[in-house]
Write a protein that binds this ligand. Sequence first.
Ligand code: URA
Length: 475
Amino acid sequence: MRQLTFAPRFEDWQRVARAALEQAIPPDEVVWQELNADQPSLDIFEEEVPSSGPSKRAQFRVPRAFVELARAVALNCEPVRWALLYRLLWRLTHGEPKLLEISVDPDVAVAFQLQKAVRHDIHKMRAFVRFREVAQENGSWFVAWFEPEHHIVEQNAKFFVDRFASMRWSILTPERCAHWDCARLTFTPGVDKSQAPSDDNVEALWLTYYSNIFNPARVKVHAMQAEMPKKYWRNLPEAVVIPSLLQEAPRRVEAMARKSAAKTEANEERDWHPAPVPETTSLSEVAAASRACTACHLYKRGTQTVFGEGPKRATLMLLGEQPGDQEDLAGKPFVGPAGKLLDRALAEAGIERDDVYVTNTVKHFKWEPRGKRRIHQKPNSREIAACRPWMEAELRLVKPKLLVCLGSTAAQAIFGPSFRVTKQRGAVLESEFAPKVVATVHPSSLLRQPDEESRAREYALFVADLRVALAAAAA
Ligand code: URA
């Protein structure tokens, strides 16, 4: 018997198997020994069985379908897979070139079963990974916990990169973890489930989202359980709402019939693409590129991208939430009622608006119809994440000495979701995005004050915060 030791990856097995084939070692004389992570990755096999050169390789031709099958089977966790693959390889190259077409052959049948199990696991991971937002010093990170049955994390990571290119995320699993920082995909060893965040605001958001997309008219409980084995339910926040949704189903079917034309955000999200921020030092080139942005579905709802405005050399930058109705039509930030109030407050604080760079965290207007009016809707964390590259590009190019965050969406985009404007307004803070940052309320909150007295009081506080910002910028 020959013991062949190799790292349990397709490419390593392929190399070792090819050499074994060249040495004419029959399948029943081989013991396939996986190299553990703590063993040195010596090419032990090649020491024992040196390859006899490239000339013999040419005679071992296998169908392309076998390579595809073997790649998938290699991801299965079944230990016998390596011996099975070598047996298939041997038979394909020793008089049975059409072996893969004989689906009743036991080796072929088992190989296809192992491939199917891997594909199923890949599909499950794509369907059931749920990211939870974790606040970090430099913004949000989305973390998911998943327990795959097979070795699919590396192979599947590209799918998540394409789907969530503008989010920074990690998928933690017991065997291997994948990380994406919006630029690089990296892998680290597996972790314990305790390292995955278990609950936060995203879970609540997801439950609402799931309740909204849950289609009571299509409930087939048995099919649902078959598609979603109990194993996955543990990691799915929506599992807790399913029983009550099922109970409410008949009433909701009726309501759905009325609203059947309404498109869900879930459908719209399928069209998301990464923000195409060009590598340039020109603000106007970045602004021009932003007009073609389809990084989230809001580009379909807003009239146009509303990019920031103001001098590139500005020492002060104002960051709002998102354009409103009038900004959306004009293509300029802060020109509507909140903008007018902002202009007044800036003047009172001694700040020239023309000297300031004014922009928003999200560059498209998110709204819902009410009668003939378009009513502002708060952007959600995924829309903010999708738009983030534009805001970061503006901050990188303008390099303001002082950034004023107007309202909680802007402040949380800079300091993370736990930041509270009510607690920290008016303080001069530091961040990686600007040496000094002052957070204050959004001017539209002044417009919503219930009476003249509170409006005057809040307005005075707002002007005071702007004065703090001006003084800090000048210091
Ligand atoms: N509110 C904002 O946050 N930005 C605008 O541009 C207008 C209103």
